[in-house]
Design a protein around this ligand. Structure first.
Ligand SMILES: [Cu+2]
Ligand SMILES: [Zn+2]
Length: 192
């Protein structure tokens, strides 16, 4: 990973993804593959934020990937509120001229259920009014249609479906990306 050379400051965020709504039965049923991983956000000197990490335990295919307004996990990922949208615009894709600040598009999991994330964004920041620190990062069940779905919900959420994993965005020391914990042993980290 070559991002250290472009670090503006010690501004890496670290996330722990976690299945949002567990009950006893689906906990057992999906035990070996609930979504887990870390995402690092690194702000560079030119303001671009690099996004890197791996998330395992997903279903194959596209998953909407957004910064949501709140870091509130009292009701799992549900209480993280809507997409982070300080400009009060419609939902869009990451490359669209009008979009929510939190609209980071889709991540794509392969047949092994792992999404390798290595991208950048020009709108989110780790400082100032568009800061994502203290907010939530959410992975959805379905593909984000970038507001092109032709219905009201598309302009709000991209019809990305349920929230399958989320994490609180907070400060972390600069460090190389941490390999996600083995999905075979989720009980070691499921009690905090
Ligand atoms: Cu979302
Ligand atoms: Zn959005």
């Amino acid at each position: 990973m070559g991002y250290n050379k472009s670090l503006a400051s010690r501004t890496i965020c670290l996330h722990r993804f976690r299945r949002s709504e567990l009950n006893f039965f689906n906990e057992i049923h999906f035990y070996a593959n609930f979504p887990t991983g870390y995402i690092m956000f690194t702000q560079t000197v030119n303001g671009i934020v690099l996004i890197s990490g791996n998330i395992t335990g997903l279903t194959e295919g596209h998953h909407g990937f957004h910064v949501h307004e709140l870091a509130d996990t009292r009701e799992g990922c549900k209480s993280m509120g809507p997409h982070f949208n300080p400009g009060l615009t419609n939902h869009g894709g990451p490359a669209d001229p009008y979009r929510h600040v939190g609209d980071l598009g889709n991540i794509v999991a392969g047949s092994d259920g792992t999404a390798h994330i290595q991208e950048s964004d020009h709108l989110i920041t780790l400082t100032g009014p568009n800061t994502i620190v203290g907010r939530g990062i959410v992975v959805h069940a379905s593909k984000d249609d970038f507001g092109r779905g032709g219905d009201k919900e598309s302009l709000k959420t991209g019809n990305a479906g349920g929230r399958v994993a989320c994490g609180v965005i907070g400060w972390a020391r600069p460090m190389p990306p941490i390999p996600p914990p083995s999905p075979e042993k989720p009980e070691a980290s499921s009690n905090n």
